[in-house]
Ligand binder design. Structure first.
Ligand SMILES: Cc1ncc(COP(=O)(O)O)c(C=O)c1O
Length: 413
């Protein structure tokens, strides 16, 4: 079994051992085996409870097993689960209309995982480029950002700048141009190329460590995209549905993209549901036979997605994210121990950057686990915090106390 910095109880060790024997080693999980969960809390197979400050990378924005979402899923399970898109289902239009309404867009295309939504947007942008913008066949380019994370397919890792994500997976898909994130001048230069059809961007970079771009960057990106007839493709798969204190992170700059890419929380933490939501002129290029997925838009996904949008429409979760997030970030910044180099974030979402000499972030995550708090490192020196938006204020205070104490323990520095 993998070595951990903290003691692992025998039952947990046995389960991890079996996971490692039969499961490919493409993840490095924390040494906890979760058996049950509710709201912001999870319980492991030893009966120990933890506060979940990761929320399955924001897929659990509404917490574990939100009653309204579980209820919607159960009711749908008793009626109709899968049709494929070969026929219509009586759940699709309600979901599609609600999603277009929340996004202020005309059309949506449902898929399952986030990576599929990204792939869909790449195909739509290229086809739009040829059919509408008039780019010569096979010459379309899409501009992406340094440090991006958009998923794991071969095309998506083709334009990743993370050597671990792309190393060993070539040959790569051509047609992508990388610019530094947050650099409006570099973007202006890249977009001047008439072959460019899209700018694919995370409004705030998640996997890179919760990187918030300079104020005005997205607004300028919007202006430049409009000027050069380029589609602004906002990957809100992690930032969407309240994580940043607004329904979408683009709202912080008053920006409306040409395409929203959505996933994670859209499935309510129950099943994978993703979508591209756009203007009619953009998505209408994907005519019958050009794109699809057997499970995309399945009735169970539509039922859960519709219930998620009902929660989103209340505005309650965005408000909780804003209020609790302001408090969490203020405390982290004001009380940061010496190990901390920087605290970045917005809403209930933070990247706590450690000084190099503080040692790997993973070590702190294992210590936090021992103290009953789950959070995950990213890029060796960053702790990423994304509590469910339903977390109680006292639980968040407790988790913040525990985090600050753990980061301040002398043996950890
Ligand atoms: C911004 C962003 N885009 C796309 C993805 C890929 O989503 P999935 O893992 O569902 O394929 C992720 C996943 O972390 C993400 O954070």
């Amino acid at each position: 079994m993998t070595e951990f910095a903290v003691p692992v109880p025998p039952k947990t060790a046995e389960q991890i051992d079996r996971d490692e024997r039969f499961g490919a080693p493409n993840y490095h999980p924390l040494p906890v085996v979760v058996a049950e969960a509710e709201g912001a809390w999870v319980t492991d197979i030893e009966g120990k409870r933890y506060l979940d400050l990761l929320s399955a990378y924001s897929a659990l924005n509404f917490g574990h097993r939100h009653p309204a979402l579980v209820d919607a899923a159960k009711r749908q399970l008793d009626r109709l689960t899968l049709t494929s898109r070969a026929v219509h289902s009586d759940t699709f239009a309600t979901f599609a209309e609600a999603l277009c309404d929340v996004c202020g867009m005309d059309m949506m295309l449902p898929m399952n995982t986030g990576a599929e939504a990204v792939e869909t947007s790449i195909k739509a942008a290229r086809k739009w480029g040829y059919d509408v913008k008039g780019v010569p066949a096979d010459r379309a380019r899409i501009v992406v950002c340094d440090g991006n994370f958009h998923g794991r397919t071969t095309t998506i890792v083709s334009f990743s700048t993370d050597p671990t994500a792309r190393g060993g997976f070539g040959p790569f898909t051509p047609g992508f141009v990388t610019v530094p994130y947050g650099d409006a001048a570099a973007l202006a230069e890249a977009l001047a190329d008439p072959m460019v059809v899209g700018f694919l961007v995370e409004p705030i970079q998640g996997e890179a460590g919760v990187i918030v771009p300079p104020a005005g960057y997205l607004r300028e990106a919007r202006r430049l995209c409009t000027e050069h007839d380029v589609l602004l493709i906002a990957d809100e798969i992690q930032t969407g549905f309240g994580r940043t204190g607004a329904t979408f992170a683009c709202e912080h700059e008053g920006v409306v993209p040409d395409m929203y890419l959505l996933g994670k929380a859209l499935g309510g933490g129950i099943l994978p549901v993703s979508a591209v939501v756009a203007r009619r002129e953009v998505l209408a290029v994907l005519v019958a036979g050009t794109h699809g997925s057997t499970f995309g838009g399945n009735p169970l996904a539509c039922a859960v997605g519709t219930a998620v949008l009902d929660l989103v429409k209340t505005g309650e979760y965005q408000e909780r994210s804003r209020v609790l997030g302001d408090k969490m970030l203020a405390r982290l910044r004001a009380e940061a121990p010496v190990a901390v180099a920087e605290v970045r974030g917005i809403g209930l979402w933070a990247g706590v950057e450690l000084k190099i000499e503080a040692g790997p972030a993973r070590r702190y995550c294992e210590r936090l686990l021992e103290r009953g708090v789950i959070c995950k490192d990213t890029h060796a020196t960053t702790l990423r915090l994304a509590p469910p938006l339903v977390i109680e204020e006292r639980d968040l205070d407790h988790a913040t106390d525990t985090l600050l104490e753990t980061l301040a323990t002398p043996e950890a520095f």
